[in-house]
Design a protein around this ligand. Structure first.
Ligand SMILES: *Cc1c(COP(=O)(O)O)cnc(C)c1O
Length: 226
């Protein structure tokens, strides 16, 4: 059983890597500029260990309690990413295990992360809303992005990586990510250091790569349906 599972995960991983490679070629981008984060939420530690053995070092989780327990059971050189919805009362714990927090959409959260980080710098992405009604499912209204980023860039212990987005439900990923690319280009003019773009999930990562994603977050294509 576990041998089958390992083989299944290995096959899925190599298929995803092939598609990433093809999308990189198609968009004339360097493969090394595209970082794969395997979203391991709801899947057991044994699956993460298989992926670790296959060379994966970046894993994403959405819930603090589940992640904390996994982190303690896996090697120290894993880079943990948090991409779930932030809750203030969980943020201290999240900051203790996550090296990257993708879903920051309010100044108060960035300020808390800055405080909890102490001397250990935390890398964060600002989640931008692509929804027709901005902020309906998290993420900052694009119109408020510059101001939020300016405020956050003053905080100590924070490394502002760039932007993060999730494709909206009511619009195709291609057109949403095309808009995202324009927001990103505008953003990088003002924050040249914050040049990264976290976008793309199992259903839309190839489109995200074509539109400039540097960090793609893939769960079900590698680990199966949740
Ligand atoms: C769950 C999740 C993912 C991974 O989704 P899949 O469709 O399983 O690839 C990526 N990003 C966020 C924000 C998620 O919540």
């Amino acid at each position: 059983m576990s041998l089958d599972r390992k083989a299944e995960i290995a096959a899925n991983l190599s298929m995803v890597r092939e598609k990433i490679n093809a999308a990189a070629i198609q968009s004339k981008r360097n493969l090394s500029d595209i970082n794969l984060i395997v979203v391991s939420k709801t899947f057991p530690v044994s699956d993460i260990q298989y992926l670790y053995d296959l060379g994966v070092r970046d894993f994403g989780e959405n819930r603090d309690q589940e992640a904390s327990s996994k982190v303690s059971q896996l090697p120290k050189d894993v880079n943990w990413h948090f991409q779930g919805q932030i809750q203030s009362n969980k943020l201290k714990s999240i900051t203790s295990w996550a090296s990257y927090i993708h879903s920051v959409d309010q100044f108060k959260y960035a300020k808390m992360i800055s405080g909890f980080a102490a001397e250990k710098i935390k890398s964060i992405f600002l989640q931008i809303s692509l929804d027709k009604i901005p902020e309906i499912r998290g993420g900052v209204d694009p119109a408020k992005l510059q101001e939020l980023a300016s405020q956050i860039s003053q905080l100590p212990n924070i490394n502002l990586m760039g932007l993060m987005a999730v494709a909206p439900l009511e619009e195709g990923a291609d057109s949403a990510f095309a808009r995202l690319a324009t927001y990103h280009q505008e953003f990088v003019k003002n924050f040249p250091e914050a040049k990264y773009l976290s976008a793309g999930m199992s259903g839309d990562y190839e489109s995200a790569i074509l539109h400039g994603a540097t960090h793609i977050r893939i769960g079900s294509s590698i680990l199966g349906n949740r």
